[in-house]
Design a protein around this ligand. Structure first.
Ligand SMILES: [Zn+2]
Length: 501
């Protein structure tokens, strides 16, 4: 049975009991009475041209909510306005009308997706650590790592389930409204990646170019650091997401000084996004702010491993403008970004008197996440010219940012990536690609559609969701059998696709 870790459960219960409210919604008005339409009524589709969609609902725009229209032509947003009636492409488009909310697809800027068939039912150390160096030798963690490496064809393993594991991780993200997902620092790129959510840290991200670099540690040499800084100057890298300061002790904190010491401090630059920064304080945050650096925050994973998290209050006071939120992984981190939003809100309420408004939290998973990954020119907001990565949610349009903090994959009526509907409520299945067709699956008691298989028979792209789950379950089971004589506890069952509210 998959349950939340005992220690983390207690922690979050503590946060919940301390948080008496969910914070103000700056644009939501004072009357929370919901429009009954958004709650009961599914969206309505009027089929038209394929590849062109006119969406009506409450749009969450950079300037705030607007009851209006959004035109998608191909993979691009071509109109965002109160009315798109005069736009040429609106005539004959497939029309989808929702009483709920439409917002940009979320971006997950820090994840290790090839671990996400596991969760804390597989590894729960039952203690806390000082830094990321301290838990990697844990016996059970090593066993999980062995299983992951065996299934991922690391070293000499005969089994290669990287496609299945990646797609499972992408799907976990996608059904929760995440349209850009981070696979892993240093992952070898495979052609099966990015078939669901964008694998944003690969050349298969669908954006035509990959200007993002990721790393699990500070460059080990001056020349390695200089190479990255040269790529900043050349414009071939506009975001470098690097783990720094993961932990709570001096070892973790000193990583910032190491980063600063390399190549005359050239990595203290706007292109550098610090992943975690849990051990950092005023001195480091001030330097980050002066340099225009960004921060990527993973509170649930931090609390699970270190019983503490990044001082976002200090980071804000220091003047760091771009702070993104991301789950890290499902081994003690959140299953998806909707869950991570809730954790971030709970921490903000209990530790910092609600310093993060619901709208700021929304920005942390949309435009600020896009900025932290250097893709805000194409993703992260509903603006003309950006890619059509978006979400329709059946949540209260009168207080959308607050409502998002209680949303789950059940509440999402449509998730579209690059103009293609890939997940949603059955009422909108007609909008989904008809070839090779989509599957139905049960999500938290409701039947949804999901489009996993592609027509190509190459690179496992024609696998269905049902086939992927079968392969993962049977291989996990085979692995358990293989290592049982060594006294290794089972890795089954497969970590769940979603945890229902
Ligand atoms: Zn990480």
């Amino acid at each position: 049975m998959h349950t939340q870790g005992r220690i983390l459960s207690a922690l979050l219960a503590g946060f919940l009991s301390l948080s008496g409210c969910s914070g103000g919604d700056p644009t939501g008005g004072s009357d929370p009475a919901p429009d009954p339409g958004w709650m009961k009524n599914p969206p309505v589709i009027t089929p038209g041209a394929s590849g062109r969609f006119l969406l009506r609902g409450t749009l969450l725009l950079p300037q705030g909510p607007l009851k209006g229209e959004l035109l998608v032509e191909g993979n691009t947003l071509t109109c965002v306005a109160e009315s798109c009636a005069s736009a040429t492409g609106a005539a004959g488009a497939t029309v989808i009308e929702t009483g709920g909310v439409i917002f940009p697809g979320m971006l997950d800027g820090h994840n290790h997706g090839l671990f996400n068939i596991f969760d804390e039912a597989d590894w729960n150390p039952g203690r806390f650590y000082g830094s990321h160096n301290d838990w990697t030798s844990d016996t059970r963690y090593q066993q999980v790592l062995d299983a992951k490496q065996y299934l991922n064809k690391d070293v000499t393993s005969p089994v290669d389930l990287r496609c299945e594991i990646d797609k499972y991780a992408e799907l976990k993200a996608l059904i929760a409204g995440t349209t850009s997902f981070t696979l892993a620092p240093g992952a070898v790129e495979l052609a099966c990646y990015s078939s669901l959510a964008r694998t944003i840290d690969t050349s298969r991200n669908g954006l035509g170019t990959d200007l993002l670099r990721t790393a699990i540690s500070v460059p080990s040499t001056t020349s390695a650091a200089q190479t990255i800084c040269n790529s900043y100057a050349a414009g071939t890298c506009n975001a470098y997401a690097v783990h720094v300061g993961e932990g709570i002790n001096a070892t973790a904190r000193n990583e910032f000084a190491t980063l600063e010491s390399r190549a005359a401090g050239c990595l203290l630059a706007p292109q550098t996004s610090i992943v975690h920064g849990t051990a950092l304080g005023d001195a480091e945050f001030s330097k980050m702010a002066v340099a225009g650096m960004r921060l990527i925050w993973s509170p649930k994973s931090n609390l699970f491993l270190y019983n503490d998290t990044t001082r976002i209050d200090l980071a804000l006071k220091a003047g760091i403008k771009t702070i993104a939120l991301a789950p890290d992984w499902s081994l003690g981190g959140s299953v998806n970004l909707l869950d991570e939003l809730r954790v971030a809100n709970q921490v903000s309420q209990s530790k910092w008197n609600g310093i993060l408004s619901p709208q700021r939290l929304f920005d942390m998973v949309t435009i600020d996440a896009a900025r932290a990954l250097g893709v805000d020119g194409l993703l992260g907001s509903l603006e003309v010219g950006k890619r059509a990565d978006l979400v329709l949610a059946r949540i209260d349009p009168s207080q959308p940012y607050t409502a998002l903090l209680t949303a789950s994959p059940l509440d999402l009526d449509l998730v579209m990536v690059d103009g293609k509907p890939l997940y949603g409520t059955l009422e909108l299945k007609a909008a989904a690609p008809s070839t090779p067709g989509c599957e139905e699956l049960s999500i938290c008691g409701a039947t949804k559609f999901v489009c996993v298989a592609e027509s190509s028979t190459q690179n496992k792209l024609n696998q269905t969701y049902a086939e992927i789950v079968d392969v993962l379950r049977s291989n996990l089971s085979d692995y358990d059998t293989m290592v049982s004589s060594l006294g290794v506890q089972p890795m089954t069952p497969l970590a769940p696709l979603v945890r229902c509210p």
